[in-house]
Design a protein around this ligand. Sequence first.
Ligand code: FAD
Length: 392
Amino acid sequence: MVFCLTSEGEMVKKMVREFVENEVKPVAAEIDEKREFPREILGKMGPLGLMGMLTPVKYGGAEMDYLSFTVSVEELARGSATVAAVMMAHNCLCSSVINNFGSDKLKEKFLGDLATGRKIGALALTEEHAGSRLDIIDSRAIKTDEGYVLRGAKKYVLNGAEADVFIVFARVTPRGGGGLSAFLVERGVKGLEIGKPMGTMGLHGAGVASINFKGLVVPEENLLGGSGKGFEIAAYAWDNLKIGVAAMALGISEAAFEESVLYVNQRKQFGQVIGRFQAVQEMIAEMATKIEAARYLTYAVADKRSRGEKIRREAAMAKFFTAEAATEIAKKAIKLHGGYGYIKDFPVERFARDAWATRIMADPPQVQKALIADEILGYEEYKTLKLVEGAK
Ligand SMILES: Cc1cc2nc3c(=O)[nH]c(=O)nc-3n(C[C@H](O)[C@H](O)[C@H](O)COP(=O)(O)OP(=O)(O)OC[C@H]3O[C@@H](n4cnc5c(N)ncnc54)[C@H](O)[C@@H]3O)c2cc1C
């Protein structure tokens, strides 16, 4: 299959690339160094439509297809994986979930502010003992006359330290009774405790944080899609996330590759540029080929998503392959830079730290492989993993 971006897609790519060259690249190292949430850049991304890419025009969004979204995340990640991660989680884990599962009232109330970037969105699913499993989520929601009372704790929430709107998952009690459900929770509500940003290895400034619910009350109208819809909603969000993470990994790979090409063409050893050495050429060729393959897998699944087709296996494949490629390509970039590869004056060590996050986000490679293989072989085990239709 050959992928051609639509003229709209080409326009978006050009626009985001220009934005990244002018606004993101110049401050990417500083964001990493200071571990600062990139508020100023997000403020500039709102008017460009990047904070409401998947949101319908009638709610103030840009209403783009998934291929345009993917290309935008890829381009942002060429400049700063942190900026790409924040934008990606905001769009595909929060706004898109509200748009697909929220009532008209919730859409009216939240989507406009999220689309402009005035509000930032996040999704909190992972728990201490429930990483890649949904059937053992421990957070509880007790139904009362005032609404649902939430108790529990979530980990590794991207944008968590800064978000204004959270999609959170809890099991409606009694145990197993109402099943897993998703709720919209606003920052500032009593009983919501937001932790400080975690000391992550990469994605500095992406506000990855833990959040706790200590008897916080969520009005009934903030229940998304009805009681027990949590599995379906998580599955939808996680599929989106895998496309977004694959796009991030692709962008990081491209950045590492571009830096490497520049470097090997100017660094001289033994009287010639190191790009002339066969061992160096081998690495360059391998990097380029992996990027090409990763791009095909990623664009293919984004295109399928745009057409409303099932993407579970393809999303797992794209995210697995692309994240592995990114870690390998970033490592090769460090090798090609010799001593400079180990020094912060050059961005390749940042690319390697950021690339590692793409392996873990939306579940680690072992889980993607288990999901892909179990589905192909017709085994049942994969139904306990995130996220297979019909699993409870
Ligand atoms: C940067 C970052 C951002 C994140 N953002 C979010 C977010 O916004 N919202 C959110 O809810 N979560 C988020 N997460 C959490 C992420 O989804 C989990 O970390 C991930 O699902 C893995 O869960 P775990 O950390 O509990 O690892 P574990 O499940 O404890 O796994 C540890 C290791 O055990 C192995 N393993 C586990 N299960 C299996 C299996 N079934 N088969 C084979 N091997 C297995 C794997 O090697 C794995 O790496 C984020 C994580 C990171 C690092």
